[in-house]
Design a binder for this molecule. Sequence first.
Ligand code: FNR
Length: 343
Amino acid sequence: MEEKSITRKRLDYNNKLILAPMVRIGTLPMRLLALDYGADIVYTEELIDRKLLRSIRRENDVLGTVDYIDKTDGTVVFRTCSREREHVVLQIGTSDPARAAQVARMVENDVAGIDINMGCPKKFSILGGMGASLLREPQKATDILRKLIGTVTIPITCKIRVLPDLEETLRLCDTLASTGIAAIAVHGRTIEERPQHPNRNHVLKQISARLSIPVIANGGSKDIQKHSDIFRFKKETGCSSVMLARAAEWNCSVFRKEGSLSIESVIKSYLKHAVNCDNSPSNTKYCIQNILRELQESPLGKRFLNAQTLEQICKVWRLDDYCRSKSEEFRSKGLLGRFQVMP
Ligand code: FNR
């Protein structure tokens, strides 16, 4: 019998603008917004391997999404859709090659690439042998990457932080690159350093000069307010691609080559995606809070903070009619939406 094979374009990490992985921020509506504004690649928030393995894959015909639903409580662990399929990189938190490979097999046809978080300094990650603890365990880190590369055909990458010592950092990058990863994202701060510390752009420059794979520069948001700042950061670091976290969290339209848009415009576009994706009110609210920041103190901000449902949030930006009509459309197609109360 003739075998049908679907050929997919392999994700290229060269010369790209990338939405960084961000817990709670990098859910589907924000990823779609980043793509609208011109990001080439969008990373998911970090998802822990065990949590993904507890989920089941469901095609959601009403929303046109693919959902990974937690078997124990029915919550959406990961929601994606065809629009982002060739652009989305799933970031996994893991300490175990076999578990990581199991996840990779499960999601392989739904995402464009898989990234391993090797930079998270949080206690939960370190105690679990995940995130930044892998920087001190190169054998385990390379075991995970090799296992993944041997298991799936989509590209595998990792995201690291720099170490305090330059030579040690370069040695670590050599070791990780030797596994056959497609690219490496480097945040130019050490585990101990906080966002207010300067990013070590000179270290990123040395890494990118040394490795033959694309190096993705990260950590520059403090000095990135507009599109042209992205390219200054790129030049300073000599890297192939740039990955933005906070600059995109605050105003995702920073990805637009035509120039950034007002916060109001960004929030409205974000909200439409949130409604279309049936995003949870709590996640939607969290993302908008991080766009508004000090504007939460304004009268509009206070009205927003009082909103509980997606429709109430939408009302602050006069999108309540849009929300209601979408919600009715979804209900009529059989979706039991969660438009009512905040979980
Ligand atoms: C992060 N960061 C992060 N990193 C990662 O590898 N996985 C993750 O899930 C998260 N989550 C996350 C949430 C939020 C709210 C922020 C602000 C940051 C770190 C992030 O990807 C990035 O490395 C740093 O923020 C530095 O880049 P910027 O912000 O200077 O562009």
